[in-house]
Design a protein around this ligand. Sequence first.
Ligand SMILES: *Cc1c(COP(=O)(O)O)cnc(C)c1O
Length: 356
Amino acid sequence: MKKHNFSAGPCILPRTAIENAAAAVLDLNGIGLSLIEISHRTKDFESVIDEATSLLKELLNVPDTHKILWLGGGASMQFCMVPFNFMEKKAGYINTGVWAKKAQKEAKLFGEVVEVASSEDKNNTYIPKGYTVPTDLDYLHITTNNTIFGTEYHTDIDCPVPLIADMSSDILSRPVDVSKYALIYGGAQKNMGPAGVTFVIVREDMLGKVSRQIPTMLDYRTHIKDGSMFNTPPVFPIFVVRETLKWLKSIGGVPAIQKINQQKADALYAEIERNSCFASPVNPEDRSLMNVPFVYSEKCKDVEPTAFLDFAKERGMVGLKGHRLVGGFRASIYNALPLESVQALIACMQEFEKSL
Ligand SMILES: *Cc1c(COP(=O)(O)O)cnc(C)c1O
């Protein structure tokens, strides 16, 4: 049976990226060696990382002021690398849920943290607005898409201090004005590739302003200087990133995928609204185009949570279980998830409603 993969991460990737990666593991470019048994200092690998960088630069319109890095450690490592490199005294964080809070917790090790705004009062079902950002902050940190709670910033905010964003789960889903950010980071394993590599886009002239000593591997300048090759980079994930970026470019880039993402999300949210069995816990204007949590409606609140999951599983849908902090269900509908999968889910929700 065809599977529809709604996993939150790691998650669906373009089929061509997976096939090309499988072929390169067996034999890279016909050189008679595997991608994973050659030195990262060979031309064959250097062209892979260089192309991944130039494709990301092109697809996101990254200005020359910003450098692109490929690091290990996941987005979670950036939670400490960011304050290590940017916080002299005081930083601001917007608390929009689990990941935002984890980032904030690490920053407290380096100085004073101001929680500029929070959506915790309503279980993170909205994006805070109307707050004032103190101008004496070293930076403001936001999480542009909240993978667990299904809220998302739909525009690049104006900010009087350097803006730093965790874009793990919505990078490349919409055009971003990179020039508005001092740094953007994320784990690749939602929209960009497999787990194991982290992308960082950093404005170079903002580095070197803190007085503390920074361990070599945690200093962004090390990786800028050595083109992400100070040590052995995660070669396999970087290859798959390149293939994913090639796919994105081939279908028309970020503006084209944004249209498809909007179409997928509109269709799914419309069904959640229409279906008497389901409801969205999220404030309408802040609903994520990437992660769509939904719960049983008042009318269906006594139906077993597993009933819909089992029903969907029988129809080939996987990864729909909601996060325990939200409950219910969550459909992650990242870039690589085709419209047909969303249509299949909608048909399944309609069938489920009739079956009760
Ligand atoms: C998945 C995720 C993370 C964690 O990424 P790791 O690479 O596992 O550390 C952080 N932030 C957001 C928004 C995420 O979705």
